[in-house]
Design a protein around this ligand. Structure first.
Ligand code: TPP
Ligand code: MG
Length: 308
């Protein structure tokens, strides 16, 4: 969670302002417990479909901060080798499927991946991530319906951060919770404190067990808040200030650290050392990324189309 926070802070608050980021910047500040608490439960053969606020998934699957930073800077060292300048990236060598920009477009793809895993008897699970707004798109309903009818092993993980760009929840869906959509598909759905990484972990354990037992998909609605604008170019004037203040008290990293100290799982010195190591790792990664070259224009069509 700290690595994700540090990499995203560096991108949004420094490199973007210095004009070094090639594309737009969307961060998951305040939402780190969701990708971390869930993706830690993915087995190597499982397939993950991150959304735009789930950077930790890449780190959990072993993608380095160097490569993620090079990606955002449009360099050859990035996952798309300079073809894209933000989070539209994946790494099929570790079963992380690239984000499709159109919201919810990856949901039917996740259902398809789960169909393949089931057909091949792999006992694998697809992890499908999206925001609250994405659940109002047609693709979301088609993908969820297919998964449910076919009893496919998909954990659908919603980060409900109360906004879809500037649109608050009540203006984009008529039910109170995303989880309320589950029964329409005869799919179990749980509401989780998305700012508590241990709660997300436990809920995901239950969801994954359900999927691996062949019982079909499972929906997790992780309640959280977007502690930033929609993107680095959005100051979020439309969000009432007191909401930020309320949710700041629920910061998932601070909450876990406080719990660790209270339970005696770690001392302050250990936490400080861990944080310093993260800062150092990100310093190194930024330097590495800045030294990575931009792609040669003559190669830009490589890997765009499959060769015969
Ligand atoms: C079909 C489609 N419409 C609009 C957009 C532009 N867009 C990107 S993210 C976003 C908001 C998404 O809200 P939500 O699903 O709640 O995710 P969040 O950004 O809050 O994590 C919008 C409107 C898009 N990418 N795709
Ligand atoms: Mg949202």
């Amino acid at each position: 969670m700290t690595l994700m926070r540090e990499v995203e802070d560096r991108i949004e608050r420094k490199l973007y302002r210095q004009g070094k980021i090639a594309g737009a910047v969307y961060t998951g500040r305040g939402q780190e417990a969701i990708p971390v608490g869930s993706a830690l439960l993915a087995e190597p053969g499982d397939v993950l479909f991150p959304s735009h606020r789930d950077m930790a998934i890449f780190f959990i699957r072993g993608v380095s901060a160097r490569r993620v930073l090079a990606q955002y800077m449009g360099r050859m060292g990035g996952l798309t080798r300079g073809r894209d300048g933000n989070m539209h990236m994946g790494d099929m060598s570790v079963n992380v499927v690239s984000i499709i920009s159109a919201l919810a477009a990856t949901v039917p793809v996740a259902a398809g991946a789960a169909l393949a895993l089931k057909y091949l008897n792999r006992n694998g699970v697809a992890f499908s991530y999206f925001g609250d707004g994405a659940t109002s798109r047609g693709d979301w309903h088609e993908g969820v319906n297919l998964a449910s009818v076919q009893k496919l092993p998909v954990v659908f993980i919603c980060n409900n951060n109360c906004y879809a760009y500037s649109t608050p929840l009540n203006l984009q869906m008529a039910c109170a919770n995303v989880a309320d959509r589950g029964p329409a598909y005869n799919m179990p759905a749980a509401i989780v404190d998305g700012n508590n990484v241990l709660a997300v972990y436990e809920a995901t354990q239950r969801a994954v067990a359900h999927c691996r037992a062949g019982l079909g998909p499972y929906l997790l609605e992780c309640k959280t808040f977007r502690m930033t604008g929609h993107s680095a170019h959005d100051a979020a004037h439309y969000v009432p200030q007191e909401l930020f203040e309320e949710w700041r008290k629920l910061d998932p990293i601070a909450r876990l650290e406080n719990r660790m100290l209270a339970e005696g799982w770690a001392g302050q010195a250990e936490l400080d050392r861990a944080r310093a190591a993260v800062v150092q790792e990100v310093d190194d990664a930024v330097q590495w990324a800045e030294q990575s070259p931009y792609p040669d224009a003559a190669t830009l069509l490589e890997d765009v189309y499959e060769k015969p």
